[in-house]
Design a protein around this ligand. Structure first.
Ligand code: NAP
Length: 488
């Protein structure tokens, strides 16, 4: 139970733009409202940046780049380490702030603060490990000197579903590498990022290294910055549709990109799986973040011999989940982010049912205020149902059956997405064989959560380009320079 009040955590956040180390209103003092998705009520208003405000932020990032690149790596790392400590010290209030703007239950929100902070601790340690090479040319004449330099000013765009962690996963490696940046959080959840900007400033991040623009004109503000030519890198987390558009814009200036896009995770349960462990994993993979995660299990494929038992056990667990405002004790299922999300989930469930799927539990919205949808289990979901090819982004588990391993893999890989897949089997040979054949960037093997700051997160196919976290995460913000040394 949190001891801080809702009003206090909201009022503690600076609601202006953070540019060049100073808080400033948007052009014309424009603002927009931030809502609590559990009640629909307005929490507060924040600055609504114009395209010119975006360019001003890019100018601040560009002006700070050379000094920041020359900053000792150890000091860059120590700033991140201090920010990690501060995030953890304020876990309760930052968790509550996140629950208020995004809806996820408080325990999950606090968990995200710890996960987000861990990216800073990880990249604090990576800042001092940027290395290079020195080698003799193959013909013995001359030397190769290889060094890694910061890419330069970066544009970072984050989604609403993990308002803090999707930011620290980009800011951490950018700071460690010596890049400056402009970050634009999602309009629905700007408060966590504004709070984070304050923490980084307190931790000693020099003015202009991090600039935050909040806006309702995502495209209008970002496109001029992308086309400006001074930014050298775009790192985006969000939907595949928006990612495609941004890639097109980046093509004109051949800007480097990292794209963490949508998912459509298959969850395979073989006949030799530990079924209780598979149900536990299914609950995590499906219900983490109310189902609003790119890693959310979107399609369950269960061997026909264990499908009834798996479906019954999953249904029992889903039915028992307490639904409510994320601030209430014991709540596990918070509201979806907005009415559009509710409409999409309702539409997908209705369409699957029309195509012959059976609703074992749920299948409806919850009466009263807020965007609540019942935890739902469907069986007999046919391939043609839209939810097998589109992200559901809600608490809905569609189950289909298979007979053979090949059939399961064909179904799992039958998607344009390739972020993560889950495999439950106790047969080690099958576990590795299926993991290798899964067309995804990540596999949860007898495990329902894969995210870890120390591991490389990312997808293949239309789930994205590049990796965040792990030892490769910092590479996304570095350019390799080769110096050909003569005279030796
Ligand atoms: P979204 O609509 O693509 O928005 C993501 C971000 O892009 C937001 O900040 C949004 O701003 C901004 N944006 C929207 N249109 C833009 C444009 N034309 N130009 C520049 N920026 C633009 O996605 P979302 O609904 O927030 O997030 C859910 C999606 O993110 C899902 O598809 C999920 O799978 C994906 N996701 C992927 C990962 C991963 O690591 N692979 C992690 C988390 C989420 P506004 O909020 O102002 O519209």
């Amino acid at each position: 139970m949190s001891t801080v009040s809702e009003a206090d955590v909201v009022s503690a956040v600076n609601k202006e733009l953070f540019i060049g180390g100073k808080w400033a209103p948007a052009a014309g003092n424009a603002t927009f409202d931030v809502h609590d998705p559990a009640t629909g009520e307005v929490l507060c208003a924040v600055a609504d940046a114009s395209p010119q405000d975006g360019i001003t932020a890019l100018e601040a990032a560009t002006a700070a780049q050379a000094d920041w690149a020359a900053h000792p790596p150890r000091e860059r790392g120590e700033i991140l380490r201090r920010a990690y400590e501060k995030l953890m010290a304020r876990q309760d209030e930052l968790g509550l702030l996140m629950t208020l703007e995004m809806g996820k239950p408080l325990a999950e929100a606090k968990g995200e603060i710890a996960y987000a902070a861990e990216f800073f601790r990880w990249f604090a340690e990576e800042a001092v490990r940027i290395d290079g090479g020195y080698a003799v040319a193959p013909n013995g004449s001359g030397r190769f000197l290889v060094t890694n330099q910061p890419v330069g000013p970066c544009l970072l765009i984050t989604p609403w579903n993990f308002p803090m962690a999707m930011g620290t996963r980009k800011i951490g490696p950018a700071v460690a590498a010596g890049c400056t940046m402009v970050i634009k959080p999602a309009a629905q959840t700007p408060l966590s990022m504004l709070a984070l900007a304050g923490i980084l400033a307190e931790a000693g991040l020099p003015d202009g290294v991090l600039n935050v623009v909040t806006t309702t004109q995502a495209g209008g503000v970002m496109e001029p910055m992308i086309r400006d030519g001074r930014a050298r890198k775009l790192s985006f987390t969000g939907s595949t549709g928006v990612g495609r558009k941004l890639l097109e814009q980046c093509a004109d200036t051949v800007m480097r990109t990292s794209m963490e896009l949508g998912g459509n995770a298959p969850f395979l349960v073989f006949e030799d799986a530990d079924l209780d462990a598979a149900v536990d994993g299914a609950m995590q993979a499906k219900m983490r973040n109310i189902g609003e995660a790119c890693t959310a299990a979107n399609r369950f494929y269960v061997h026909s011999s264990v499908a009834d038992e798996f479906s019954r056990k999953l249904t029992e667990r889903m039915e028992a989940l307490p639904i409510g405002r994320g601030t209430e004790d014991g709540v596990v299922v918070g509201p979806l982010i907005d009415t559009a999300a509710i409409d999409k989930v309702s539409e997908l469930v209705g369409e699957a049912a029309q195509r012959g799927a059976t609703v074992l539990t749920g299948g409806a919205t919850v009466d009263g205020p807020g965007n609540f949808y019942q935890p739902t289990v469907l069986t007999g979901v046919p391939r043609e149902a839209r939810m097998t090819s589109e992200e559901i982004f809600g608490p809905v588990a569609p189950i289909s059956t298979f007979e053979t391993e090949d059939e399961a893999l064909a179904a799992a890989n039958d998607t344009e997405f390739g972020l993560v897949g889950y495999v439950y089997t106790q047969n080690i040979t099958r576990a590795l064989r299926v993991s290798e054949r899964m067309e995804t960037g990540m596999v949860g093997l007898n495990q329902g959560v894969v995210s870890n700051p120390a591991a490389p997160f990312g997808g293949v196919k239309q789930s994205g380009l590049g990796r965040e976290g792990g030892t490769v995460g910092i590479d996304e913000f570095l350019e390799t320079k080769y110096i050909a040394v003569g005279g030796l």
